[in-house]
Design a protein around this ligand. Structure first.
Ligand code: F6P
Length: 320
């Protein structure tokens, strides 16, 4: 194998740069050239690419976002777009492809594999909704971003007897909201995977207020409810004044945590090694601290990663 390509696709997250760097360094150390495709599959179809060297990936490890840029590519949903993308890679002499991204991007990766391009996927999405990996790239940094924000909100909430409804990302998956609730000691976590009872939440908030508590944090995953709607429902009946914080895209940025940098290094090197071993159509994932390869077919047809009920039980034990 003489030449591989790497791209970042879908929603960006911290650790993508570190993963590209790892892919480039691992490939160059084995004598291969690396083509960096800009703006995901869309950049491939529209010829946005550059040869990557150690110089091109220097100074990016600690930066959030993706220097290759990312995009969601509608053309790749169609057979014709997939065929064009695979042909482009062949014309460019690319013998292996590493795709770094979330569920949609991994579907794109699978389509390249099915069209004869050896392809390995790296899971990257702050939602942690990709199955067959304990953690996706970017999740740990997003969690740390949330904790920083909630710690700040607690300070101001306590000064005014306020409750904050804090909305995290997570379209179909409550991992971020639930894990953040455990890590920041929130009082409630509302997630798409489990039903919630707004009257019970109001009752418990009123009880906290009567006990003289000076603040409350209600974490909500965007896929379960919107912070604004929840605040409207609770504001007049809990004692606390109510404010909201929609964390939005803030969660996706910032310098990657140590965990994400190391995970990116492991995923990136493992992806290159898998290609060299002749593997294709697989995703590198984390399973109980070890790396594992899973067929992209399984990854992309199994639905959203199920919530870890041990995490929910942990939260319940701690009073969430
Ligand atoms: O897939 C990750 C995610 O962060 C979701 O939680 C969120 O709904 C979505 O991306 C928003 O992304 P964008 O605004 O880039 O389309």
């Amino acid at each position: 194998m003489n030449k591989i390509a790497v791209l970042t696709s879908g929603g960006d997250c911290s650790g993508m740069n570190a993963a590209v760097r790892a892919v480039v360094r691992a490939a160059l150390s084995r004598g291969m050239g690396v083509l960096g495709i800009q703006k995901g599959f869309s950049g491939l179809l529209h010829d946005h690419m550059e040869e990557l060297t150690t110089r091109s990936v220097s100074g990016i490890l600690q930066r959030g976002g993706t220097f290759l840029q990312s995009a969601r590519c509608k053309e790749l949903y169609e057979e014709a777009g997939q065929a064009r993308a695979a042909q482009k890679l062949r014309d460019l002499g690319v013998e292996g492809l590493v795709v770094i991204g979330g569920d949609g991007s991994l579907k794109g990766a699978r389509s390249m594999h099915l069209r004869g391009i050896p392809t390995i996927g790296i899971p990257a999405s702050i939602d942690n909704d990709i199955p067959f990996t304990d953690m996706s790239l970017g999740v740990d940094t997003a969690l740390n971003n949330i904790l920083y924000a909630v710690d700040c909100l607690r300070d101001t909430a306590s000064s005014h007897d306020r409750a904050f409804v804090v909305e995290t990302m997570g379209r179909n998956c409550g991992y971020l909201a639930m894990a953040a609730a455990v890590a920041c000691g929130a009082e409630f976590a509302i997630i798409p995977e489990t039903p919630y009872d707004i009257d019970k939440i109001c009752r418990l908030l009123r009880a906290r207020y009567s006990e003289g508590r000076d603040n409350s944090i209600i974490m909500v995953a965007e896929g379960a409810a919107l912070a604004q709607d929840l605040a409207e429902q609770i504001k007049d009946c809990i004692g606390f004044e109510t404010r909201i914080m929609v964390l939005g895209h803030y969660q996706r940025g910032g310098a990657p945590s140590a965990f994400d940098r190391i995970l990116a290094a492991r995923f990136g090197v493992a992806a290159v090694e898998a290609l060299l071993e002749g593997q294709s159509g697989k995703m590198v994932g984390l399973s109980c601290s070890s790396l594992q390869l899973t067929d992209l077919e399984k990854v992309t047809t199994s639905g959203t990663r199920p919530i870890d009920f041990k995490l929910i039980r942990l939260g319940e034990t701690l009073g969430i």
